[in-house]
Design a protein around this ligand. Structure first.
Ligand code: SAH
Length: 566
C-alpha cells in the first residue's frame, strides 16, 4: 500500500518545537500551522475544521498538538468506518501526553508509542489486547497483512480469556510480544506467503516477502496471475514489481503495480549483471532470496524478511510540466497543487518558484534564468531519469509561451535513451489572457488568437505577417510579451498595422500583474495604445470589429465580443 504521509498540526507558535521533535522521527510528515499564529511551518492554513476534515478524508494520519476534544469535535461528522479511518492522535503542547484517538486498525498505537518514546513519556494506550500482549493483532506492522480480520475480534477475546496460541512461521513482532505462545495452544497464528484457508481459530498473516520480476514488456497480467495461482502465492504477500529501468514506461508494469497495490521499482543497467528475470528478482530480495519460479520474462523470488520496496532500486522518474495560473494560488488547479505536494524537485525561473509559496517547502529548488529554456528542459529530464519527481514550473498555462514546448523540443532534437523511462505529464493552468478577459467581461467571447510580440525566438517579419493576417481575419488578438526593456518599438508597429484594418476606437484591454500585488486592468482605445502603457507584466487584448463596451454604474466599462452575427 502507498501510505499517506502524516500531518502534524499546530495552532500556536509554542507547539512548533514539539512538532519539530515529532517530525524528527517522522521525516516524511508535513507541518501545518494556523496562519497568523505560527511561522516557519510547511503549510499555513486559515480554517482549522476544513483543513482537518479534508486531510482526514484523504486518509492522512493526523497528529494534533492540541486538546483531544478539539480533534474529536472537528472530526465527529466524518467518523464512520473504523477500517478506513487514518490514525488520529492528540499530543499535549509540552509533549507530556500522547493520546491515540482513532485509527486503531491502522497503526495509531504504534505511532503513539513512537512519538511517546521521543517525548520521553508513555503513550495513553487504551486498547485491551494491545496493553496485555504488547502487540496489535488487528493492525500488524508494515510488511504484514492480516488475511482474516473478521476472525480477529473473537480470537483476541479468547486470548484475553486465557487461551494459548501456537505460532507457525516467524515474525519478530509476534515472538517479541507478550502473547501467550505455546506449541500446544488451541489457537494458531500462521505466517505464510501461500494461499491458505483461514478459520476462526487461525489468524493468517501474509508477510510481504515476494518479489515479482518482469524482464520484458510483452508480459501480460494474465500470465502473472496464472503464475501466482500455480505457485500458490497469496497476492497480499507481493511486496513490489521489479523491472529494468529501460521498460519503466511500459503500461504492463504499472497495471501490475496497480492490480496488486504495490510500488513498481526499477534497476539501472549498472545495478544488474544482466536483465534476466531471475537476476532482477534476486536483486530485489537480496542475498537470502529464493527463486520459486522463473521464465525468461517473469520470475518470483521470496525473501526471508518482508521487503521494503521503497529502499530497492528507484521509482519511475516523473516529469510534470505545470502552469500555476497568472497569479496567486486561487487560480492554481487542484491537480497542480497535488503535483506540487508530491514532487521532489522544482525547476523554473526564480520568480515563478517564489509564486508557488508554501507548496515549495521541503523541495529541492533548481532556479534558472528565464531565458535558458532548453538547458533547463535538459536538466529537468536528466533529473527525472534518476527517479526523481521533477516539476517544471511555468506561470499561466505551461503550453502557452512557456516550458512545455521547450521540453518537447528537447525530447525531439536532443533525445537520450534514458529519458524513455520517464512519465511525462502536462498539467494546464489559467493563461494570462483568460484572467484578463475575466477581469473585464468577455472580450474573447468569439474567435480570437494569441500573438507574442517577442522577436527573440522568431523574426519580426513573421510577427508582422501574423498581425496582418489576424487583423484581416478579424480575430480578437491577445498580445503576450508586448514590451520589454530592450524591446519597445514593436508595440507601436503592431498598433499601426492594426489601425489599417480597425477603427481607432476599437476597445483595448491592458491587464497588468493579474492575480498578483499591484494588479491593474484598464480599457483604452486602439489609437491610445503606446509602448509606455505596457510592460513585460502586461497582457493586451485588442478587440475585433465586433467587440463592444458597456458602461458600468461605477464609471468603469465591461468589454465583450458577441458570438452572434446579425
Ligand atoms: N505561460 C504564460 C505566458 C508566459 S509569456 C501564460 O499562459 O499566461 C509571459 C507574458 O505573459 C508576459 O509578458 C505577459 O504578457 C503575460 N503574463 C503572464 N503573467 C501575467 C500576469 N499575471 N498579468 C499580466 N500578464 C501576464
Amino acid at each position: 500500500m502507498n501510505k499517506v504521509a502524516p500531518a502534524v498540526i499546530v495552532l500556536s507558535q509554542n507547539s512548533v518545537a514539539v512538532a519539530r521533535k515529532i517530525i524528527s522521527v517522522l521525516p516524511e510528515a508535513t507541518l501545518y500551522g494556523l496562519a497568523d499564529r505560527t511561522s516557519g511551518v510547511d503549510v499555513s492554513f486559515t480554517n482549522f475544521g476544513e483543513t482537518l476534515r479534508e486531510l482526514f478524508a484523504q486518509g492522512t494520519p493526523l497528529i494534533g498538538i492540541c486538546a483531544a476534544g478539539i480533534l474529536i469535535r472537528t472530526l465527529a461528522p466524518l467518523i464512520a468506518d473504523k477500517r478506513q479511518e487514518p490514525p488520529v492522535l492528540a499530543v499535549a503542547e509540552d509533549g507530556s501526553a500522547v493520546v491515540p484517538l482513532l485509527g486503531g486498525l491502522n497503526g495509531v498505537n504504534d505511532l503513539a508509542r513512537r512519538i511517546a518514546e521521543i517525548m520521553d513519556t508513555q503513550a495513553a494506550i487504551t486498547t485491551t489486547g494491545d496493553i496485555r500482549f504488547r502487540t496489535a493483532l488487528l493492525s500488524p506492522p508494515p510488511g504484514y497483512y492480516l488475511a482474516n480480520p473478521e476472525d480477529a475480534k473473537k480470537f483476541i477475546s479468547d486470548l484475553l480469556a486465557g487461551a494459548q496460541v501456537k505460532l507457525e512461521g516467524t515474525a519478530p513482532w509476534l515472538t517479541n510480544s507478550q502473547l501467550p505462545i505455546n506449541p500446544d495452544g488451541n489457537l494458531t497464528i500462521r505466517l505464510t506467503e501461500h494461499r491458505v484457508t483461514s478459520t476462526a481459530e487461525c489468524l493468517v498473516y501474509h508477510p510481504q516477502t515476494v518479489a515479482i520480476a518482469i524482464a520484458h514488456a510483452d508480459v501480460t497480467l494474465d500470465s502473472v496471475q496464472k503464475l501466482l495461482v500455480n505457485t500458490n502465492i497469496a497476492p497480499a504477500s507481493i511486496a513490489g514489481i521489479f523491472a529494468p529501468i529501460t521498460i519503466a514506461a511500459q503500461p504492463i508494469i504499472h497495471t501490475l503495480a496497480k492490480t496488486y497495490g504495490v510500488p513498481a521499482r526499477f534497476f539501472t543497467t549498472n545495478q544488474l549483471d544482466n536483465t534476466l528475470a531471475e537476476t532482477i528478482a534476486l536483486a530485489a530480495t537480496g542475498a537470502g532470496g529464493q527463486l520459486i519460479d522463473q521464465s525468461s520474462q517473469i520470475a518470483i523470488a521470496i525473501s526471508p524478511q518482508p521487503i521494503d520496496p521503497n529502499n530497492i532500486g528507484q521509482p519511475q522518474g516523473r516529469l510534470a510540466i505545470i502552469g500555476t495560473g497568472p497569479g496567486s494560488s486561487q487560480w492554481m488547479s487542484p491537480e497542480v497543487k497535488e503535483i506540487l505536494k508530491s514532487a521532489t524537485d522544482l525547476v523554473g525561473y526564480k520568480t515563478y518558484l517564489d509564486l508557488v509559496g508554501a507548496l515549495a517547502a521541503g523541495k529541492q529548488r533548481h532556479e534558472s534564468d528565464n531565458r535558458e529554456e532548453i538547458a533547463r528542459a535538459i536538466m529537468a529530464l536528466d533529473l527525472a531519469a534518476t527517479g526523481r519527481y521533477v516539476v517544471v514550473v511555468s506561470s499561466g498555462d505551461p503550453g502557452i509561451y512557456a516550458m512545455a514546448a521547450a521540453v518537447f523540443e528537447v525530447l525531439d532534437h536532443h533525445h537520450k535513451p534514458e529519458w524513455n523511462s520517464i512519465d511525462i505529464h502536462v498539467a494546464p493552468g489559467i493563461s494570462a489572457m483568460q484572467a484578463a478577459a475575466a477581469a473585464v467581461g468577455a472580450p474573447l467571447g468569439h474567435d480570437f488568437c494569441a500573438i507574442s510580440l517577442s522577436d527573440i525566438l522568431k523574426p519580426w517579419a513573421i510577427i508582422t505577417q501574423r498581425i496582418v493576417a489576424a487583423a484581416q481575419a478579424d480575430f480578437v488578438i491577445a498580445f503576450y510579451n508586448p514590451v520589454s526593456k530592450e524591446r519597445s518599438w514593436q508595440l507601436a508597429d503592431a498598433r499601426d498595422i492594426l489601425l489599417r484594418y480597425r477603427t481607432p476606437n476599437t476597445p483595448v484591454v491592458l491587464a497588468r500583474n493579474l492575480g498578483r500585488p499591484g494588479q491593474s486592468v484598464k480599457v483604452i482605445t486602439l489609437d491610445q495604445l503606446a509602448p509606455d502603457v505596457s510592460d513585460m507584466r502586461t497582457v493586451i487584448i485588442v478587440g475585433s470589429s465586433q467587440t463592444r463596451t458597456i458602461k458600468r454604474s461605477n464609471g468603469g466599462v465591461y468589454v465583450y465580443t458577441p458570438r452572434r452575427y446579425k
